[in-house]
Design a protein. Structure first.
Length: 337
């Protein structure tokens, strides 16, 4: 399929530090998070080349390690980071089009439909099967921008199993179809996104448990040219359902979230970004677990072997073993709902 993967490993602007360090360079099981992600991509048959954008000097040091290099057989391109996530995403895409780490160019002709897989660098539990299934379901969805989401059930492996036990609890988007967590997978034709700059707003205010972030993003959407009262209303209802769910008022949360469907969210985001947007659901949940806080890093290190084995077993049960070619299972696009 000739797809390039762009791994975003930048540490500028809204990127969060963990223990005062750029999280992508933190080590788990003797290997940095960014190296884990790049090595996983080697086993995804649809990916032909891997681009990593971040602190170039540090990336070169990571990938100069002989043990890491031994696990990499696809072309690997390292690109110096820019000022923020959006510049990293767009300018690295231009590098892909030009096939150069230093000079980029805009797509011309049919190149405007060139799609790339974007993923963050801190995904220690990503599996090749989940990545492959996401790509195929995104193509089936026939859109310009597909964003990955997973159900709450897919993240069961990571929750505390008993009172006092360490685990990871995440916030969910509460929709009519269920409770979903955004994964860190994006498959897009960047040149087809009319309002790319709004993705940066969404990223910088992505931690939706923080009321201030919710309020700022809602304000920006409401007063944007593509916004309006309906968009602000739907956004508010979705997050009210999330608050009720976290407070334990599950029945009330179920009633409130009935007003917000996956399809309505897709239509809203398509309007805000001026593109054809779809959500794609993967049933393995590893790509929804990243490392954003000191506590999460500690938990991931303690449970790394256990959770990695559990995700590998879940992915194999869903999609079949890691092997060249197409996965035996599939992710779900809105066409399947």
């Amino acid at each position: 399929m000739g797809i390039a993967a762009i791994v975003t490993a930048g540490d500028q602007r809204a990127a969060k530090a963990v223990y005062g360090e750029s999280k992508v360079f933190l080590e788990i099981a003797g290997r940095s998070l960014v190296a884990h992600t790049v090595v996983t991509l080697q086993q995804v048959p649809e990916i032909d080349e891997v681009w990593v954008v971040g602190n170039l000097a540090r990336l070169e040091k990571v990938f100069a390690d002989a043990a890491v290099r031994a696990d990499i057989h696809k072309p690997l391109w390292l690109v110096e980071q820019r000022r923020n996530l959006m510049e990293n995403a767009w300018e690295t895409y231009r590098n892909v089009i030009a096939q150069s780490t230093t000079e980029g160019r805009d797509p011309v002709g049919d190149e405007i439909d060139t799609k790339v897989l974007y993923l963050s660098a801190d995904l220690p539990f990503a599996t090749p099967q989940e990545l492959s299934a996401f790509i195929h379901a995104s193509d089936k969805a026939d859109c310009d921008y597909a964003c990955g989401i997973v159900s709450d059930e897919a993240l069961e492996d990571f929750r505390p199993k008993a009172s006092g036990e360490l685990g990871i609890e995440v916030a969910y988007f509460n929709l009519k179809e269920g409770r979903f967590r955004q994964s860190n997978l994006h498959y897009a034709a960047p040149a087809r996104l009319g309002n790319r700059y709004r993705i940066e707003d969404m990223y910088e205010h992505r931690h939706q448990r923080e009321f201030w972030n919710m309020a700022v993003l809602a304000w920006k959407i409401f007063f944007s040219q593509a916004g309006g009262p309906l968009i602000a209303f739907l956004y508010g209802v979705m997050h009210l359902a999330g608050l009720l769910d976290r407070w334990g008022a599950h029945r009330l949360a179920d009633r409130v979230r009935g007003y917000v469907t996956v399809a309505r969210n897709e239509a809203t985001i398509s309007r805000v970004l001026d593109t054809r947007f779809r959500f794609v659901i993967t049933q393995a949940g590893g790509c929804a677990i990243d490392v954003d806080t000191d506590a999460e890093y500690d938990v991931v290190r303690e449970h790394f072997d256990e959770w990695r084995a559990a995700q590998a077993a879940r992915a194999e049960a869903l999609y079949g073993p890691v092997a060249p070619g197409l996965p035996t299972g599939s992710a779900d696009s809105a066409e399947d709902r």
